[in-house]
Design a protein around this ligand. Structure first.
Ligand code: NAD
Ligand code: MG
Length: 357
């Protein structure tokens, strides 16, 4: 299966299926002719690097990063660029990013800045990276003063989404990816949301057809939003559904204990609750959101020890502010999200108090 991403000035395919990584035909010509540099990590390399080598040869230069978000850093980026320069890799080199979002973001940024930009192939190996970070061209590393603060837009030449890689993904990481899948249904596609309600067990069991439909639909949604608004001037912000609440939870936990997708899951419940308190969606709608998120094995309540006041302050610190007021992604209806600064502060406080007990 193939999903096309059409961005002004750049058109590229997401190939979706099984046994794609070892298929040389799917890579750009330069990479097939030995002009490639692989970036991966020490968890993914033993699992899938041999398949890239089967496609492109085992003489390929490779950089294996340590596993972990804290290595999405300027230091690690520097190490990558040092190695590429020492190898005298030219501008016609394709970077192959093999791994989850951490590898994809760092490798993508390396591709954006190495000699002002070189080709990139994303091979996302987590559900989250397959439905989210590998699509849309945002690349970045973290800075001690903020996540993803140093980055660039750099679209890949193609994305190889090989469903086989999900066989080895830990269940908790898988579910965190499911949160972002649910997000696409909630923000713009009620039919997909309804489909997820009846296919969640099959999805969690990683049934092939179910996975493939869920991932393709998610990629199409992200690709559509990104095509309309590559640089996040408007519509792309809807992809932050659940994220402002979620970031406050992550910040409270100092980015430990909970995965991003878990925080977003609770955040989506809170966005639904606040919308319900405005009368925009019904109590039954809210219960559907909670029920699907619970069914996915994701949290629907905030972690203990987080007060409403503290959560409010942490949300204020989030960067999505318009004239000092935090804009939130809320619901006009289930499956129809909007970005709004036009909500009632008292209702927001009540929502936070409802959750932070
Ligand atoms: P991750 O890259 O840390 O991967 C999660 C864990 O799974 C890691 O331990 C990894 O080594 C392991 N792993 C990866 N593939 C595996 C496999 N097939 N089998 C077994 N283990 C495997 O995390 P993630 O959730 O993929 O990505 C999170 C990152 O993505 C964050 O840094 C976030 O900022 C970024 N992100 C970027 C965008 C974007 O638009 N660029 C969007 C969303 C998230
Ligand atoms: Mg996210």
């Amino acid at each position: 299966m193939r999903v096309d991403v059409d961005i002004p000035g750049k058109h590229y395919p997401i190939h979706l299926g099984r046994n794609l990584i070892a298929n040389a035909q799917l890579y750009p010509e330069g990479a097939r002719n030995g002009r490639a540099f692989v970036i991966t990590n020490d968890t993914v390399a033993p699992l899938y690097l041999n398949q890239v080598q089967a496609a492109l040869g085992d003489q390929l230069p490779v950089h294996v990063m340590p596993d972990g978000e804290r290595f999405k850093s300027m230091e690690q980026l520097s190490a990558v660029l040092d190695k590429m320069l020492a190898l005298k890799l030219g501008r016609d080199t394709t970077i192959i990013a093999l791994g989850g979002g951490v590898v994809g973001d760092l490798a993508g940024f390396a591709a954006a800045v190495y000699q002002r930009g070189i080709p990139l192939v994303q091979i996302p190996t987590t559900l989250l990276s397959q439905v989210d970070s590998s699509v849309g061209g945002k690349t970045a590393v973290n800075h001690p003063l903020g996540k993803n603060m140093i980055g660039a837009f750099h679209q890949p030449d193609c994305v190889l989404t090989d469903l086989n890689t999900l066989d080895t993904l830990p269940a908790r990481e898988f579910k965190a990816g499911v949160a972002e899948v649910i997000k696409y249904g909630l923000l713009g596609d009620i039919d997909f949301f309804t489909w997820l309600e009846s296919h969640m067990e099959a999805l969690l069991a990683r049934d092939g057809e179910t996975l493939s439909h869920a991932i393709a639909t998610s990629c199409r949604h992200k690709a559509q939003v990104v095509s309309a608004d590559e640089k996040e001037k408007g519509q792309r912000a809807l992809l932050n559904l659940g994220h402002t609440f979620g970031h406050a939870i992550e910040a409270h936990l100092e980015y430990r204990d909970w995965l991003h997708g878990e925080a977003v899951a609770t955040g989506m419940c809170m966005a639904a609750e606040l919308s319900q308190r405005h009368g925009w969606i019904s109590r039954a709608d809210c219960q559907r959101v909670d029920a699907l998120i619970s069914k996915a094995g994701l949290p629907t309540a905030v972690p203990s020890g987080l007060s409403a006041e503290r959560m409010r302050a942490l949300m204020q610190g989030d960067k999505k502010t318009a004239a000092g007021r935090v804009r939130l992604v809320l619901f006009r209806a289930l499956g129809d999200a909007l970005l709004s600064a036009d909500y009632d502060d008292a209702l927001l406080m009540q929502t936070l108090q409802h959750y932070c007990r």
